[in-house]
Design a protein around this ligand. Structure first.
Ligand code: ATP
Length: 502
């Protein structure tokens, strides 16, 4: 034990290959860090019993066990050390496992020293802003729960989302948030940032689908004065702006392939070179991405790079559609009404009548929480009292009739129609007498709704026999089940006593 070492910038490196250990040690010493080394789990643990380090860098395979053992022990004891694991080339599962277990980051052998320095700088940079830990056994600061309060909902599905957010907060691992439009993916990304030690640093949200292709590079990486016509001064990109904090890449599936390659390079090397610059700038940015697309399918269709997908998708947080967490509808509606009236400076906050709540619960919310928010905005404008009635919601008449009474919908057809309600725009298309329907704002959502309407009609025509309804449209039972599940009409059909469940 070296008494002179402070916890401040002490790094413990664990590797059983003496040459590598020396190489790592020299690299770290050159960075001005204080280094101790160990060649086995036992040796490392003995050192960790004596003092606290800022960072532990460990090879995965050691003569007497695995680097994961050290990670698990440190996690169990809630120690403050960040852990970086070094895994063999091609063992991505190990790396992912380590990140899920709480590792700060991982490096793959053969270790690129530039990357090594970048990862270490990120780990040290993050810790520097925290109070120095003085004694063995000191615990990491608890994560703050306040940011999670903005994410309203106590359904099982939301509790799972919250748990995941808390779990990933301490790590640097990239997170992919998946879910339909308007489910709250950005809110989840913000919560990850705010719960993490990066909370005081910038959170930069970028909608990848909204930036013209020819501007992507300069927007992301910045440029130097004179790099191209019109570059009259140096300009930072999103990465530099997010340095020290979190970069939220919304609609990552919209990035063109050429930009995906450039993004991968920056993410791997943890450094960015602005257009026209000679030198790279080191980065310490956590990446949280989001998509409403099935990115695995995009990879299969060669529209998304597999290597980038694996890099961004270390931890996946699926955010379920609102129709799958109707338990949360009342609390989310109240929170939204609170927010809307507060923003408008109106009081008191109106309430939803029992009829209005019933009507909302019968709706399928293809636009999820954002649609609920818009709907409540409109309802507030329509309502003339402190009570928002069903009629103020502006929902389609079919739904209105079905849920007006307290009784359950009378027959299978009604149950299915209510569950899989087609939004007004989708229904309107075939009814319009002259001229083409307006272009949809969201083609995928629009087509989903058209498909939903067709499936419901086919099922109704075939007395809810999915095999027959599918066969009528050239679909196997398996394809029907898949499509019904995807479009959220499985349950209604089962409730309705579908005769070919198997
Ligand atoms: N659980 C929730 N509690 C309170 N408000 C929510 C919740 N989920 C979403 N919202 C609100 O719904 C709106 C849409 O959320 P958000 O922008 O995070 O969705 P998104 O999934 O990122 O949407 P998109 O895919 O269109 O980018 C926001 O105003 C957000 O504050």
């Amino acid at each position: 034990m070296n008494e002179s070492l402070s916890a401040g910038n002490g790094v413990l490196v664990v590797d059983d290959e003496p040459d590598l250990l020396t190489l790592y040690e020299l690299t770290l010493l050159r960075e001005g860090l204080e280094v101790e080394t160990a060649a086995s789990v036992a040796e490392a643990w003995a050192l960790l019993q004596q003092r606290v380090f800022r960072l532990v860098i460990t090879d995965m395979r050691l003569p007497d066990g695995f680097g994961m053992t050290l990670l698990h022990r440190l996690e169990e004891q809630n120690r403050s050390e960040k852990v970086i694991v070094i895994t063999a080339y091609g063992s991505a599962e190990n790396a992912v496992e380590a990140l899920k277990a709480g590792a700060f980051d991982y490096l793959t052998k053969p270790v690129d020293l530039k990357q090594f320095r970048g990862v270490v700088a990120a780990a040290m940079g993050r810790v520097v802003s925290q109070p120095a830990v003085a004694a063995p056994g000191a615990v990491a600061p608890p994560v703050s729960a306040a940011p999670l309060a903005k994410l309203v909902g106590r359904s099982d599905a939301m509790l799972q989302v919250r748990n995941l957010i808390e779990k990933v907060a301490r790590s640097m691992a990239p997170v992919l948030v998946e879910g339909e439009s308007g489910t709250g993916k950005e809110l989840v990304a913000r919560a990850i940032h705010e719960v993490s030690a990066r909370a005081g640093q910038p959170f930069i949200a970028v909608n990848c689908g909204a930036i013209p292709e020819n501007l992507l590079e300069s927007e992301f990486f910045g440029y130097k004065k004179g790099a191209f016509t019109g570059a009259n001064e140096d300009r930072s990109g999103f990465f530099q702006a997010a340095n020290g904090g979190t970069l939220f890449l919304d609609e990552i599936g919209e990035l063109p392939l050429a930009m995906q390659s450039k993004l991968l390079r920056v993410v791997q090397e943890r450094a960015v070179r602005p257009i026209g610059a000679v030198n790279e700038l080191p980065l310490n940015v956590r990446i949280v991405s989001a998509t409403h697309k099935d990115l695995a399918a995009e990879v299969a269709a060669s529209r998304f790079r597999q290597d980038l997908y694996y890099r961004l998708n270390v931890i996946r947080i699926p955010v379920p559609p609102l129709r799958e967490r109707l338990d949360d509808l009342d609390s989310i509606s109240s929170a939204l009404l609170d927010r809307i009236t507060r923003d408008a400076g109106v009081s008191p906050v109106p309430r939803l009548s029992a009829g209005a709540r019933r009507l909302l619960a019968a709706y399928s919310f293809p636009g999820n929480v954002r649609e609920l928010e818009n709907l409540l905005h409109r309802a507030l404008a329509m309502s003339s009292s402190e009570l928002i009635e069903a009629a103020d919601l502006g929902l389609p008449d079919t739904l209105f009739e079905d849920s007006a009474g307290d009784e359950e919908p009378a027959d299978k057809a009604a149950a299915l129609a209510v569950e899989s309600l087609v939004p007004v725009e989708a229904l309107a298309a075939p009814r319009v007498a002259s001229g083409p329907p307006p272009l949809p704002d969201d083609l995928a959502l629009y087509l989903d709704e058209v498909e939903r309407g067709i499936l419901v009609r086919a099922l109704q025509q075939h007395n809810f026999n999915r095999t027959a309804a599918g066969a009528r449209m050239g679909l196997s039972l398996r394809q029907m089940r898949y499509r019904m599940a995807r479009l959220g009409i499985t349950e209604a059909a089962q409730d309705a006593g579908g005769d070919d469940l198997s």
